[in-house]
Design a protein around this ligand. Structure first.
Ligand SMILES: Nc1ncnc2c1ncn2[C@@H]1O[C@H](COP(=O)(O)OP(=O)(O)O)[C@@H](O)[C@H]1O
Ligand SMILES: N[C@@H](CCC(=O)OP(=O)(O)O)C(=O)O
Length: 372
């Protein structure tokens, strides 16, 4: 019995395309209804649920007479546009039969990587939960181009779990857990628990299964599990048919134990999601101060600066071997910094005024990425 899963008050459940569709590619209404029944029971127990559902492209194939998942982006987007509406219509009806409302949330990579958008997505999801609505999240496939797509929804689900500060993430697929090799081979067995991502090195983790409708395969699920467990979120990976058992904390699928304490949303965003707008090259003394003594970064310890950032942007701090040792929100524009480098704060304050006494990156706005 997995008490922490059974008691998780806020759960993100992600369901893959392969679990919602028939072998010929249409939406499988009965599987969708079975999943909604399981989620409604969780809601009835007073627990909150965010559903991340794939299946828009798969659901749009039959109405558009597309025999298989198209390879080109334009046709995928067209299928997603038709399919997403059908998918949400099904969810609305199925949840309504339990007296529950759903709210569609379509996210792009930008929504969870740019800080202003991230805050927006955070607020919307929290408001929906406080109004007792079940958010149904998917990637906004119709506007996302190849370069800015997640492609699979596993990583999106892990980021959403961080965003809403979920206690648990349940990944539902067409396979009932992580196997130590290709699950279609008879000699492979299910892995019941993973305590540390390093254990995964012993397994053969491959691509998508026989359905051909999913996109990331097991690899992206394992990556999603690593992101979530690294932020203090428990993860269970199993088949959609075992959703109810997994949510009750029964020993099904694979349980990835969380490995960290909870962090603030802002620091999680900095560590896992933010795209650095520039780089600060630190001298060895500054690396020690930031990494070991958890101090703020001062101009005196910076050798040089790359990038065109403005104050408030995320920047990487790198050591002399170009290794990123920390990431933080910078307090100066890139253009201001060269004149300050290597100089003491006292000297700068005397010469330029008290506002130049501020740290380049304050320790409250900083996450250390590599411990020595
Ligand atoms: N080590 C492994 N353990 C379990 N499944 C694996 C493994 N390696 C590859 N797979 C494949 O990953 C598939 C699930 O991924 P995918 O098709 O993308 O599903 P979804 O649509 O649910 O995201 C399984 O059907 C399975 O064949
Ligand atoms: N956003 C896409 C999801 C892509 C996809 O196939 O994801 P998954 O089945 O989770 O591997 C859709 O709704 O079709």
């Amino acid at each position: 019995m997995r008490e922490v899963i059974a008691k998780a008050g806020r759960v993100v459940v992600k369901v893959g395309s392969s679990s919602l569709t028939t072998p010929s590619g249409g939406l499988d209404g009965s599987r969708l209804v079975a999943l909604v029944d399981a989620l409604a029971r969780v809601r009835a127990a007073g627990r909150e649920v965010v559903l991340v559902s794939s299946g828009a492209i798969a659901a749009g194939l039959a109405p558009l007479n597309m025999p298989t998942r198209p390879r080109d982006l334009a046709r995928q987007q067209a299928a997603a546009s038709v399919g997403q509406g059908l998918l949400v219509a099904h969810y609305s009806t199925a949840f309504a039969s339990h007296g529950l409302k759903v709210g569609q949330v379509l996210l792009t990579v930008d929504d969870v990587t740019r800080r202003s958008h991230y805050r927006n997505a955070y607020r919307t999801l929290h408001k929906l939960l406080s109004l007792d609505v079940v958010p149904v999240v998917n990637e906004n496939d119709t506007v996302a181009t190849q370069e800015i797509r997640f492609g699979d929804n596993d990583r999106l689900a892990a980021l959403v779990a961080q965003l809403v500060h979920a206690d648990a993430l349940v990944l539902l697929s067409d396979v009932d857990g992580l196997y130590d090799g290709d699950p279609r081979r008879p000699e492979t067995t299910r892995v019941p628990e993973v305590n540390d991502p390093a254990e995964l090195d012993a397994f053969k983790i491959g691509g998508t299964g026989r359905s051909g409708l999913g996109s990331g395969g097991m690899q992206t699920k394992v990556e999603a599990a690593a992101i979530a467990t690294g932020s203090g979120i428990e993860v269970v990976l199993t088949s959609a048919g075992e959703a109810a058992e997994a949510l009750r904390g029964e020993d099904v699928g694979t349980w990835f134990h969380s490995r960290a304490r909870r962090r603030s949303t802002r620091l999680l965003w900095l560590e896992h999601v933010a795209d650095a707008a520039g780089r600060l090259h630190l001298d060895p003394g500054a690396v020690r101060a930031v990494v070991e003594r958890r101090k703020s970064l001062l101009p005196a310890g910076i050798i040089s600066v790359d990038g065109t950032f403005t104050a408030g942007d995320p920047v990487d701090m790198v050591d002399e071997g170009e290794r990123v040792v920390a990431r933080g929100l910078v307090n100066y524009d890139a253009a201001e910094l060269p004149a300050l480098l290597g100089r003491s704060t006292r000297e700068l304050a005397r010469e330029l005024g008290a506002e130049y006494e501020r740290e380049v990156v304050h320790r409250d706005d900083l996450v250390v990425l590599h411990h020595r």
